[in-house]
Design a protein around this ligand. Structure first.
Ligand code: FES
Length: 331
């Protein structure tokens, strides 16, 4: 299933109110939170790799991967690492979410689904990027699928989910690598990904340096078999920026209207200025809320979400530019 299949079926702006029913320290600085409907109702289903948005103020939300079992219909679980140098979301979560608290969340959305046609699954996690991959283990084991995980973390005392992982480490499915702060002493990602087993798909999530290493090491894997998710906004050099901004035009298929997109504005900004509403969240190319089908022209994709197949039909208009003078959108 492509990214887009999942987005199209779940891209709604509905919100839920959920109660925090359990919190647990995984390691110093990493806490898991379990969320349930206040009245005990079943929650909307999700598949491994999904995330929810948590509103930390009226206009501000943060995205957290669900790391519980997808077949648990009553509980969503997230794992949050406190980032004192971050944008404040994780600090808010750590300081405000206590048992009994009611919070607002989105429905689950999945931009990082498992491939149904894979004969084996290689999961590669860096630090707190392990959270969506924990849900993947639940789902893969429930369907008796073949998988192996490599989990890179700094040290034993900074490795979350060990209660869950230990039996899988002992069974040989999960391998944990500690680098003690020196990446050269950690997992040799290039060696691990040098040969692609027949039918294998790769999934990776972690910090920026880790993402770059996994991307480089898997560049020769067969198209469509490598899946990844950033858990923060990628730096510019990771976001597929090919050229400096230039002006172009956007045409709307339904009305035939044509808008000039100057070099210093995004498509979203120009559409809004002209009274055309567009749903967005991150406005940075990694949540896919603004995903739009295009029907003519060639986008210059600048997101870190869409895979190659998706990019043949869709564009994220909060960040994309155009390689052609005119880009026609299915709007
Ligand atoms: S609004 Fe998040 S990718 Fe466009």
């Amino acid at each position: 299933m492509s990214t887009v299949d999942q987005v199209a079926s779940t891209n709604e702006n509905e919100r839920m109110r959920l109660r925090v029913v359990k919190t647990q320290y995984e390691t110093k600085g990493i806490v898991t939170f379990e969320l349930q409907d206040p009245n005990g109702a079943a929650l909307p289903a999700f598949s491994a790799g999904a995330h929810i948005d948590i509103w930390i103020s009226v206009n501000e939300c943060r995205q957290y991967s669900l790391c519980g079992a997808p077949d648990d219909v009553h509980t969503y679980k997230i794992g949050v690492q406190r980032e004192d140098e971050g944008s404040g979301g994780s600090i808010w979560v750590h300081e405000h979410l206590s048992v009994g608290e009611i919070i607002e969340t989105s429905l689950p959305r999945n931009l990082f689904p498992l491939a149904r046609d894979a004969s084996s699954h290689l999961l590669l996690a860096g630090g707190i990027g392990v959270t969506p991959l924990i849900a993947m283990i639940h789902e893969l084991e429930a369907s008796n699928a073949s998988y192996e995980m490599h989990f890179c973390s700094r040290s034993a005392d900074r490795t979350p989910f060990m209660e869950f992982l230990t039996p899988r480490i002992e069974a040989g499915y999960v391998h944990v690598h500690h680098d003690e702060g020196d990446p050269a002493a950690g997992l040799d990602i290039a060696a691990l990904l040098h040969d692609q087993p027949d039918g294998a798909h790769l999934y990776y999530c972690g910090p920026m340096g880790f993402m770059a290493a996994a991307k480089n090491a898997s560049s020769h894997w067969i198209k469509g078999t490598v899946h990844f998710e950033f858990f923060s906004s990628p730096e510019d050099d990771e976001a597929n920026i090919e050229t400096a901004n230039t002006a172009f035009q956007v045409k709307l298929k339904d009305s035939g209207e044509v808008f000039d997109i100057p070099a210093d504005k995004t498509i979203v900004e120009v559409l809004r200025e002209n009274g055309i509403p567009v749903d967005t969240q991150c406005e940075d190319g990694f949540c896919a809320t603004c995903m739009t089908r295009y029907v003519a022209g060639e986008p210059e994709h600048r997101d870190s979400v869409l895979d190659d197949d998706d990019r043949e039909q869709f564009v994220l208009i909060c960040c994309a530019r155009s390689k052609t003078p005119l880009l026609e959108l299915d709007l």
